[in-house]
Write a protein that binds this ligand. Structure first.
Ligand SMILES: C[S@@+](CC[C@H](N)C(=O)[O-])C[C@H]1O[C@@H](n2cnc3c(N)ncnc32)[C@H](O)[C@@H]1O
Length: 265
């Protein structure tokens, strides 16, 4: 992974070279709608409060969980036991991005949602609440973390999820096989080049014109930047949106020419 200083320089470069986040000069109706209706939507949806209340409880929870290390996902802990509070602080997506995913699900209405990397279930909860009628499949390798996520889902009374516990390398292909389509997926675990490219290729056969894939931490390391380049260049990808901390992949055929946007958020 990049050092804090390297990341700060990268972020500054993103900040000063990205489009201003207001949609000026964006000719694609899809991307213009994304910016004006979703990215800049400041509505305080009631679901936000529910999930953030849970996050607050987890941030104060000093129970220690044993975690297996499945990849390069943790920038902080090297040991295999961490408090719930530390996991909530370091692994869960901050509310700015988790709430953006919530708004995307609300707007695009996917039937099938996947998440690779449940952790304590903060972002999964946002995805579930955004469309209770959708099917959410969330996947987590660490058994104690997965069990805690299940408890959290019970607290929020979520009904539309299944949590698959196990290493993605062993569980993903069967899960994808069982789904009729992957309409929306958040890939947020095992932040290394080869697994990230592999997960992309495994999800691809079940994507369609409206599918959206979101990759976390695309600028976190040179490996992740290479993976992001490979994904951007794949022939089936028609448009990408780089928000620095996440990268969004779109397959819509209305993009006759491949287009890449970098937007300030
Ligand atoms: C960054 S956290 C996910 C955070 C969560 N999406 C959120 O925003 O609340 C990544 C999770 O992926 C899990 N993970 C990483 N590599 C994995 C693998 N190969 N198989 C299964 N789980 C894995 C880790 O155990 C960790 O809990």
């Amino acid at each position: 992974m990049y050092s804090k200083t390297q990341l700060a320089f990268k972020y500054l470069s993103y900040f000063f070279t990205s489009s201003n986040g207001k949609g000026h000069g964006v000719h694609s109706p899809f991307v213009f709608n994304f910016i004006t209706k979703i990215l800049n939507d400041k509505t305080p949806y009631p679901e936000y409060e529910k999930v953030e209340k849970l996050r607050k409880q987890l941030l104060a929870d000093n129970i220690v969980l044993t975690i297996e290390d499945f990849g390069a996902g943790s920038a902080v802990a090297k040991t295999n036991s961490r408090t719930v509070a530390s996991i909530a602080k370091n692994a869960a997506k901050p509310k700015k991005f988790a709430q953006l995913l919530f708004r995307m699900v609300k707007e695009y209405q996917p039937q099938t949602i996947m998440e690779l990397g449940t952790s304590l279930g903060i972002t999964s909860s946002y995805l579930s609440l955004a469309k209770p009628g959708a099917k959410l499949v969330t996947m987590e390798g660490a058994a104690e973390v997965a069990n805690r996520a299940k408890k959290n889902f019970q607290i929020l009374d979520l009904q539309n999820y299944s949590l698959i516990q196990g290493n993605f390398d062993h569980t993903l292909s069967a899960v994808v096989n069982d789904l009729s389509a992957v309409d929306f997926a958040f890939i947020d675990g095992n932040h290394r080049r080869e697994p990230t490219e592999k997960y992309f290729l495994e999800l691809l056969p079940k994507t369609n014109n409206e599918s959206i894939l979101i990759f976390d931490d695309i600028h976190w390391s040179s490996e992740m930047e290479l993976a992001w380049e490979t994904i951007k260049n794949h022939p089936s990808v028609r448009c990408t949106i780089d928000l620095f901390f996440i990268g969004i992949v779109i397959f819509r055929q209305e993009f006759r020419e491949k287009q890449h946007f970098t937007i300030r958020f």
